[in-house]
Design a protein around this ligand. Structure first.
Ligand code: FDA
Ligand code: PYR
Ligand code: MN
Length: 491
């Protein structure tokens, strides 16, 4: 039942937008034509052992880590080669069966949920690191290569791939969602770090978005096909290989944590640090509710306050000077309890709260699943948006920690969703209100998690009807039968 509190709360939101959001419906999806003879042809294409109709496997592939409802595919196919991916795509295209690429299922917007059934294509068996060009700072990987495995492999070369979405995701899944995370403030997002992609198109053709074997740092050669596929969330084709930039492991790392009495002080400090031109590696905010959730989850005793988590990477020479400049800014803004560490174990201990945040927040309500907002605004608007957001959370009386990558103007409100529909309605209205505010302030509804199945209505608002029509035209050009991950990004 929807509570009176909800209606009181709704008065503050744009009612018209809320009604539009509630009545938003996906265009009718045709049910998948997955017959037993179609499944037989899949078995012929990839081998019996690589096709599963087991309920447990379909369930496992029908959701990610988000709160979104499970939608099981009719069948799960495990591909072992590009040729097999191509054959499966061709078969699906001929029979107009939905095809959903599956990386590692850590997404937070229901990207892998099979809204119209069909075939989920799991690429985790294709897990080879194809080549590492240490002298050129790049490498090429198959779609099942995971972020942590890649970095372990690279360790001896003195290089690493710094994009870190927190979860141990597949590199090609990260390409597909244009992931980023804590290191983006220094190293950029997937958009800035992908040099080339091999993609299987829905009709089975294979393309290299920058040309076969190309891995140059710059190109002006025509349309940017690579970045059309980065962030395409499995709606245009299956990424079967990614060539990405690598970086030298930093000679020295300094981690630090400090606390503030008010959100304004903490976020003003962030803006001043960014404006000072210091190259931060990480600059994260956790509010008092987030720290409280972490203390409870991990039995820690951090001061319950508005907190900044910082990290500096660089040559040993000069790094402490950067730290000291930031320290001065922290103190000028009323920062308290500054702790710093250079030793790896000590750094990990200092940053533990940040890395466990999603699970600490979800544990606030046992059995809940996370609904994470993901807005990103120009940095000068950040103080206003975070302060308003926290005020709305208080008024809505929901459990909702605020945290995020504030160095990029990107933050999350983690809303633990349960079966209590009244609370869920309040949380969804709150998420909508925050997204609308971000868009009003020249921002986006999603900095890094993608549109998935949960933000299509917001994308329409963000880029307008003409923008959406152009996206639909692009989609039609690559996927005229609409088989690729239907219902995602554009409904
Ligand atoms: C604890 C925690 C913390 C975070 C996050 C998750 C969790 C569980 N995430 C979200 C998530 O890790 C991120 O979206 C990853 O990029 C998802 O990669 P997967 O391999 O799991 O893709 P997953 O399998 O979930 O698929 C995601 C989407 O990509 C498509 N896809 C996957 N592989 C593909 C391929 N080979 N070809 C074409 N399409 C493909 C899918 O169809 C789907 O639409 C995140 N993210 C972030 O950016 N910043 C963050 O800070 C965090 N933090
Ligand atoms: C959930 C997420 O994106 C984060 O913890 O940063
Ligand atoms: Mn994040």
């Amino acid at each position: 039942m929807i509570s009176r509190c909800f209606f009181r709360y709704l008065k503050q939101t744009s009612l018209a937008d809320y009604v539009a959001f509630r009545s938003f419906s996906r265009s009718q999806q045709t049910p998948a034509a997955v017959t037993s003879s179609f499944i037989d042809s899949l078995r012929t294409a990839v081998g019996d052992n690589n096709v599963s109709t087991s309920d447990a496997i379909r369930e496992q592939h029908g959701h990610d880590e988000s709160h979104h409802e499970v939608y099981k595919p009719d069948v799960v196919v495990f591909a072992e080669s590009v040729e097999q991916v191509s054959k499966v795509a061709k078969l699906c295209n001929e029979k107009k069966v939905p095809l959903i690429p599956f990386g590692s299922g850590t997404g937070l917007e229901g990207g892998v949920n099979a809204l119209s059934g069909g075939v989920t294509l799991d690429v985790t068996k294709m897990n080879q690191i194809v080549e590492v060009n240490a002298e050129d700072f790049d490498c090429t990987v198959q779609p099942g290569v995971m972020r942590i495995a890649l970095n372990s492999y690279l360790r001896d070369t003195g290089l690493w791939f710094p994009i870190d979405p927190g979860a141990d995701a597949s590199i090609c899944g990260m390409c597909a969602t244009s992931a980023s995370g804590t290191n983006a403030v220094r190293y950029g997002t997937m958009r800035e770090n992908v040099l080339n992609l091999q993609v299987v198109l829905p009709d089975g053709r294979v393309i290299h978005t920058a040309g076969k074997g190309k891995r140059c740092r710059k190109t002006s050669a025509g349309y940017n096909l690579t970045n059309l596929f980065v962030g395409s969330e499995g709606t245009l084709g299956i990424i079967t290989q990614a060539t990405i930039k690598l970086y030298g492991l930093p000679e020295k790392t300094i981690a630090a944590v400090c606390h503030f009495k008010t959100v304004q002080e903490a976020v003003d400090t962030v803006v001043q640090i960014m404006q000072s031109g210091i190259t931060m590696a990480k600059l994260e905010f956790l509010d008092d509710k987030a720290i409280e959730a972490f203390n409870k989850f991990s039995k820690y005793n951090m001061p319950v306050a508005q907190s900044l988590f910082l990290e500096f990477h660089g040559p040993a020479l000069g790094l402490e000077d950067q730290f000291n400049t930031v320290k001065d800014l922290i103190e000028l803004n009323g920062g308290l309890g500054l702790q710093m560490a250079t030793d790896e174990d000590e750094r990990k201990r200092l940053w533990k709260a940040r890395h466990e945040m999603l699970w600490a927040c979800t544990a606030l309500i046992p059995g809940s699943k996370p609904y994470s907002t993901d807005i990103c605004v120009p940095i000068s608007h950040l103080p206003e948006v975070i302060i308003k957001t926290k005020q709305w959370i208080d008024e809505a009386k929901v459990l909702a920690p605020v945290l995020g990558h504030v160095g990029d103007g990107n933050f999350h409100v983690i809303l633990p969703m349960t079966l209590d529909t009244g609370q869920n309605e309040i949380m969804k209205a709150l998420a909508l209100q925050i997204a609308l505010l971000a868009m009003d302030l020249n921002g986006t509804c999603t900095g890094e998690h993608g549109i998935g199945m949960g933000k299509c209505h917001l994308l329409e608002k963000e880029i307008g009807p003409v923008g959406i029509q152009v996206l639909k035209d692009v989609k039609k050009c690559f996927d005229p039968n609409g088989i690729m991950n239907p219902g995602k990004i554009i409904s």
